[in-house]
Design a protein around this ligand. Structure first.
Ligand code: NAD
Ligand code: TYD
Length: 349
């Protein structure tokens, strides 16, 4: 029986990965390790918390002693590492938090894997989940491939790039079996409403301004979160040790076009007149060092591992809007207290 440690499983992407693994692989024991920061929410996993192959561990990846103790106690065969500080705007306000969690936390996990697996790495795997933001920013043309040089531009992407380098260094130096994937922007149910799409859904509903940084020209390549979770499943089971896989939906949208589409979808759902919600669009001060464009070339995972995205963007966005409309209590719980303070500080005039 495989014992799999999934870090950050109470977060947005992690909760979808935990659910997929718990339901699809009843013979695996899944251990979800999460510190439950503002972004971690056990409500995301209510439907599976009673399953016999699911275990929750509340802990901090920056605590090496604790990480060693759980490796000793549970003897993990594999690690799927998603725990991270993940929001670019927060990384601009407090970069150290990102160094601690994303860099030191990752190295702590690598140290534990190195110490407990030793030379006996048969059947072991350290899978590091990363982002396309490590490649930097593109102009109008071209894509990020697995061989694009790293050129991170924000404290968040620089911390993720550092962690990717450490993962590859442990593979090269200590022969830890690793695999890395770099994915484009995710959207879907359970995303914390500080990120663009859930923030706008929430604000459209409440007729609050929709803050668009700069002119809204920046382009992101959006992928439905469940398609990312499926790619992670495929890479975990079929990916080649030492390899990197880029994951993306070939689905580029400027922020302004995306928010306009969201407004159209929500006008229909809310019985508003066409164009009504778009009047809420509000151009605000640009993000410092705002990357212009991200776009992933996902041909390697498609050709070599047979993965492909299942949803068109319009369909995925509509499903996402429906989820947020049907889960008002989830949104109420996560938008109270400290999130209000963050919001006021971030968007003050
Ligand atoms: P998230 O912020 O929603 O979740 C992160 C989770 O990690 C939370 O549950 C949080 O409690 C936990 N965590 C944070 N610090 C921790 C610590 N010190 N110890 C233990 N747990 C801790 O993030 P997400 O959007 O789900 O992203 C998950 C991973 O995927 C990250 O590594 C991120 O870099 C990567 N990624 C995200 C996207 C995206 O669009 N969201 C795209 C590509 C890659
Ligand atoms: P975000 O969801 O924070 O993801 P990332 O910065 O990791 O790509 O932002 C997506 C895009 O939306 C990015 O170009 C910044 C922009 N944005 C806004 O214009 N307004 C906002 O309030 C937020 C949160 C983001």
């Amino acid at each position: 029986m495989s014992k799999i440690l999934i870090t950050g499983g109470a977060g947005f992407i992690g909760s979808h990965v935990v659910r997929l693994f718990v339901n699809k692989y009843p013979s695996y024991q899944i251990f979800n390790l999460d510190k439950l920061t503002y972004a971690g929410n056990l409500e995301n996993l209510k439907d599976i918390e009673e399953k016999p192959n699911y275990n929750f561990l509340k802990g901090d990846i920056t605590d090496q002693k604790y990480i060693n103790s759980i490796f000793k106690k549970f003897q993990f065969d594999a690690v799927l590492h998603l725990a991270a500080e993940s929001h670019v705007d927060r990384s601009i306000a407090s970069p150290m938090e990102f160094i601690h969690t994303n860099v030191i936390g990752t190295v702590n996990l690598l140290n534990a894997a190195k110490g407990f697996w030793g030379a006996n790495t048969e059947g072991k795997l350290f899978y590091h989940i990363s982002t396309d933001e490590v490649y930097g920013s593109l102009d109008q043309g071209g894509y990020f491939t697995e061989t694009t040089s790293y050129d991170p531009q924000s404290p968040y992407s620089a911390s993720k790039a550092s962690s990717d380098h450490m993962v590859r260094a442990y593979h090269n130096t200590y022969k830890i079996p690793v695999v890395v994937s770099n994915c484009s922007n995710n959207y879907g149910p359970n995303q914390f409403p500080e990120k663009l799409i859930p923030l706008c859904i929430h604000n459209i509903k409440q007729r609050k301004p929709l803050p668009i940084y700069g002119k809204g020209e920046n382009v992101r390549d959006w992928l439905y979160v469940i398609d990312h979770a499926k790619a992670i499943d495929i890479i975990f089971h079929k990916g080649k040790i030492g390899e990197t896989y880029n994951i993306g939906g070939f689905n580029e949208w400027s922020n302004l076009d995306l928010v306009k589409l969201l407004c159209q979808i929500m006008d229909k759902k809310l019985g508003r007149q066409e164009g009504e919600s778009a009047q809420l669009i509000n151009f605000v001060k640009d993000r410092a060092g705002h990357d212009l464009r991200y776009a992933i070339d996902a041909q390697k995972i498609m050709k070599e591992l047979g993965w492909e995205p299942s949803l068109q963007f319009e369909e995925g966005l509509e499903k996402t809007v429906d989820w947020y409309m049907n889960n008002e209590s989830w949104l109420e719980h996560v938008t109270s207290g400290s999130y209000q303070q963050y919001y006021e500080e971030q968007y003050k005039a």
